[in-house]
Write a protein of this length. Structure first.
Length: 614
């Protein structure tokens, strides 16, 4: 009876929505309609009628999957394509959407006793039992897409497919509830809240509805207590968060929950606005998670649409080219729009991203937004390839260049390099130490056994990317001497104050190719050998960076760091930077590898004689 009751109520509501869609109500303008169909046309080219799914070249972030190449059929993208086919309102696309829904729903583990209950594999070519490990987030990602089908298109589907969609959503929602992700996993915490709360309201499921409301309140309290999302200042995941918050604003019916959602929407947009660097059109760091250092056109188009075109980054037709902009109508609060259009003067943002327990420093971000460049750093982080704990942007002609810090193990980012810093405007004093309890390419998925790895190359890299063609690097470098980089209208001075890596004396190298340029602290290079961090007596790097407009830079990099000194005791390296006409900076880090927790306890920083991390 309950199944029939929800369907009768929902059918009436959706018929009205569908009728409006058939009349063109899905699109707010002709430009938006044309942009949608242009994006859909590109997706059409990837459809595989034999498998009834989208097909594309394999790519991945490097974990969860064991596949290495070839073509794949992704589940999540196939679902989103099916939603777009339905959104088109074109009767001839309906059969394709139905075929995709049947095909991909069948790939879900719907056994409540199964180890992977409620989720999908990433790809048709790699079943759940072959993944390493399966990704539980796919219940959230796929559940969101299926809810779009259920909300807006159920009357157009055959009765037996309607029931398949409903059951699949409930399996995903129950999987999400069973997993019960904490509020610190920002995008999944929000997305899972949307799936469970909206599914509970839509299907008259009190258990899911109550769970969704409680989960929302828990996330709200946690986020406001911290002052930011745990996945702080992330160009990737803040956009995901805003998208799902927007869906909740549009679809959730509970009035008390809607009040919390509105506040979360403002909080999210405030963080984006405060870190946006209008002169370069970049999202200034530090970033907790970031897939691309240079901000993509898709994100700029999202911001442009959300500001009603007041922040104008791309042509209107390009901003409109999207499968879901007609569905997710994000809106930036009016009083924050000016952050995206201009930077009246230099400004420093310093904020606590994550408050942590007694005896642990909070994670604090500092961002210097200058008309000529932006420089951001986190006081405590690591150098996983999705982190940007130290990143800068500057204009290079008509383009934008970026500088980021990396630690490379045989050419790939080493996740167990711990980063610490203190920043004041364009100056950063920083250090890198090495953890004995982390992963190699990922913080936790590939733990380094016995803190020992094999390597033929290991280095710390200051990397330039984006438009860096006009950047000047010295042709030769000496570890004892500072380096000056000329980056457009900006002078960037780098001084390695101390570098030690076991018995191997580090060296300094510079170079460039078509993709990037670099200044490297080479810690090891040679025949493949084992590196045991547990057995190293010393392994750490301390350095300073100073960025200024060319007109304000000192005569030489040597002059910039005249007041920089280093001291040692039995287990720590302490650097002190007595800057002219500015407060002194100090940083101490452990010089011997240890657990992440021990490294954090050993580290400290001061600015102007006061604790910089409190």
């Amino acid at each position: 009876m309950k199944s029939k009751r929800w369907w009768a109520v929902w059918f009436a509501a959706v018929v009205c929505t569908s009728a409006a869609t058939e009349l063109g109500g899905r699109f707010s303008s002709e430009t938006e309609r044309q942009g949608f169909f242009e994006a859909l046309k590109k997706k059409d080219a990837g459809y595989d009628p034999q498998e009834r799914m989208i097909r594309r070249p394999f790519s991945s972030p490097g974990y969860h999957t064991t596949l290495k190449g070839g073509s794949v059929h992704p589940t999540r993208e196939s679902f989103s394509y099916a939603v777009a086919l339905l959104d088109s309102g074109e009767p001839e696309r309906l059969a394709r959407a139905e075929a995709i829904l049947r095909r991909v729903i069948a790939l879900q583990d719907q056994n409540p006793q199964g180890k992977t209950y409620g989720i999908w594999s990433w790809f048709l070519e790699e079943p759940l039992d072959k993944m390493s490990p399966p990704d539980w987030n796919w219940a959230d990602f796929c559940g969101v897409q299926l809810l779009q089908v259920a909300r807006d298109h159920m009357p157009r589907l055959p009765e037996e497919l309607r029931e398949q969609v409903r059951q699949s959503i409930l399996h995903a929602a129950n999987s999400i509830k069973r997993r019960d992700v904490g509020p610190g996993y920002t995008n999944i915490a929000i997305m899972g809240t949307y799936v469970t709360l909206v599914a509970g309201e839509m299907f008259d499921n009190a258990e899911l509805k109550d769970y969704g409301n409680q989960r929302l309140k828990k996330f709200y309290d946690f986020t406001l207590a911290n002052g930011s999302f745990s996945e702080y200042n992330s160009p990737t995941y803040t956009m995901v968060a805003i998208t799902e918050i927007t869906r909740m604003l549009q679809h959730v019916r509970d009035k008390e929950s809607l009040e919390l959602i509105r506040e979360l929407n403002r909080l999210a947009w405030r963080h984006v606005a405060r870190h946006f660097h209008a002169p370069t059109r970049q999202w200034a760091g530090p970033h907790s998670r970031c897939y691309s250092t240079i901000l993509g056109q898709t994100t700029l188009a999202f911001i442009q649409r959300a500001t009603g075109g007041k922040a104008h980054f791309v042509p209107d037709w390009e901003a409109a080219e999207s499968l879901d902009s007609c569905r997710v109508r994000a809106r930036c609060p009016d009083d924050l729009v000016s952050y995206f259009t201009s930077l009246p003067g230099a400004r420093q943002e310093r904020e606590t991203f994550i408050k942590r327990g007694e005896g642990r420093y909070p994670i604090i971000g500092t961002t210097w937004l200058h008309p000529d460049f932006a420089l951001g750093s986190a006081n405590c982080s690591d150098l996983w390839n999705q982190r940007r704990p130290l990143v800068a942007y500057w204009k290079d002609g008509e383009g934008v260049g970026a500088l980021r810090l990396r630690c490379l193990h045989d050419g790939y980012d080493y996740a167990s390099a711990a980063f610490f810093s203190v920043q004041d405007k364009g100056d950063v004093l920083a250090g890198v130490a090495f953890a004995t309890d982390g992963g190699d390419t990922h913080p936790s998925l590939d733990r380094v056994k016995d803190a020992t790895l094999k390597a033929r190359d290991f280095r710390l890299r200051f990397e330039l990317e984006g438009e860096f063609g006009n950047a000047s690097l010295p042709s030769a470098a000496d570890l004892k001497q500072p380096v000056r980089l000329m980056l457009g209208n900006v002078a960037c001075d780098i001084q390695v104050a101390r570098a030690v890596f076991g018995p191997t004396p580090p060296t300094l190298e510079t170079g460039r190719d078509a993709q990037s340029a670099w200044v490297d602290v080479v810690l090891y290079h040679g025949e493949t050998r084992e590196i045991s961090f547990r057995q190293m007596e010393e392994a750490a790097i301390v350095f300073a960076i100073a960025m200024k407009p060319k007109a304000e830079a000192r005569n030489s990099a040597e002059a910039t760091f005249a007041g920089l000194s280093v001291a040692y005791d039995s287990d720590r390296i302490s650097a002190n930077w007595q800057r002219k006409e500015a407060s002194a900076m100090a940083l101490s880090i452990a010089d011997r590898p240890a657990t992440f927790g021990s490294l954090q306890k050993a580290a400290s920083a001061q600015l102007g004689g006061a604790d910089a991390w409190r």
